[in-house]
Design a protein around this ligand. Structure first.
Ligand code: ACM
Length: 260
């Protein structure tokens, strides 16, 4: 299975430009599954609720999701991409999963980071795992990594690959995700962005270092901290199905949850 990511530098509020650019990049690639960053179409640093409502889109009817669906149909691939979702007056920091047959699912970020709490509602739906033929995949968004139960829950539900759109500003995630993969025997694709946003007093620098990790925590590919990049690599999703660490240690069956 060919999986990859885009590491982008979106321009705040320039949705048309950001989406068109990402589509052109994916168009040049040969992949089964591509992961795009959190809020890849809008940029990250919102400054008011009004601005968030104005830029957020309905899912799946909004123009970004529709553009992704068209791309997935044309290229016969699956896409996970982060965007600002609007449902009535509520906004969510969401990720959509689309494929050759259209819209599949929307995940609303459960753990909102910092000022996101001012603009978005926290996710309000159970985490899903989706069979896309080549693999079963789950989605989580950026700061969700800080809560190990998210990756664990997705793995227990059968995810082989955790698709992880991100806009990371703290330095810890790329190394920490190695542990998430080892302890759950799953692949992870973290698609982060680069660049600086300064739309208020505070300047945010995004750390890049998007990566594809193997089921034993191997760094199969890690991107730079400051360049836009795209990569596709070949993985064997079946490696995520054997949860034995030794002949007598199974990472799920050995849990002592009665005492936790
Ligand atoms: C983050 O959750 N965007 C840091």
């Amino acid at each position: 299975m060919r999986v990859g990511f885009l590491q982008t530098f979106p321009l705040f509020g320039k949705k048309g430009e950001n989406v068109d650019k990402a589509i052109l990049q994916v168009n040049d690639l040969d992949a089964d599954l591509m992961v795009l960053p959190e809020l890849f179409n809008t940029g990250y640093q919102f400054t008011s609720r009004e601005e968030t409502v104005a830029l957020a889109e309905k899912v799946p009817d909004g123009q970004t999701t529709q553009a992704l669906i068209n791309l997935a149909r044309k290229k016969h691939l699956y896409l996970v991409a982060g965007l600002a979702e609007r449902e009535n007056d509520c906004c969510y920091n969401s990720a959509v999963l689309v494929g050759p047959d259209g819209f599949i699912a929307c995940y609303r970020k459960l753990h909102l980071f910092y000022h996101e709490k001012r603009w978005f509602e926290p996710g309000n739906a159970e985490l899903g795992v989706y069979d896309i033929g080549h693999a079963r995949i789950g989605m989580m968004i950026c700061f969700d990594w800080f809560f190990p139960e998210v990756a664990r829950y997705l793995a227990l539900k059968g995810a082989d690959i955790i698709c992880h759109p991100a806009n990371l500003v703290l330095p810890y995630c790329p190394q920490a995700m190695i542990t998430r993969c080892i302890e759950n025997r799953v692949f992870a694709v973290t698609a982060n962005r680069i660049g600086v946003e300064k739309r208020s007093e505070e300047s945010l620098t995004f750390i890049g270092a998007s990566q594809i990790l193997g089921t034993k925590g191997e760094i199969l590919y890690r991107a730079s901290s400051d360049q836009e990049e795209s990569i596709v690599i070949e993985i064997e999703p079946g490696n995520a199905r054997d949860k034995h660490v030794t002949a007598v240690n199974h990472i799920f069956d050995d849990r002592r949850i009665t005492f936790l």
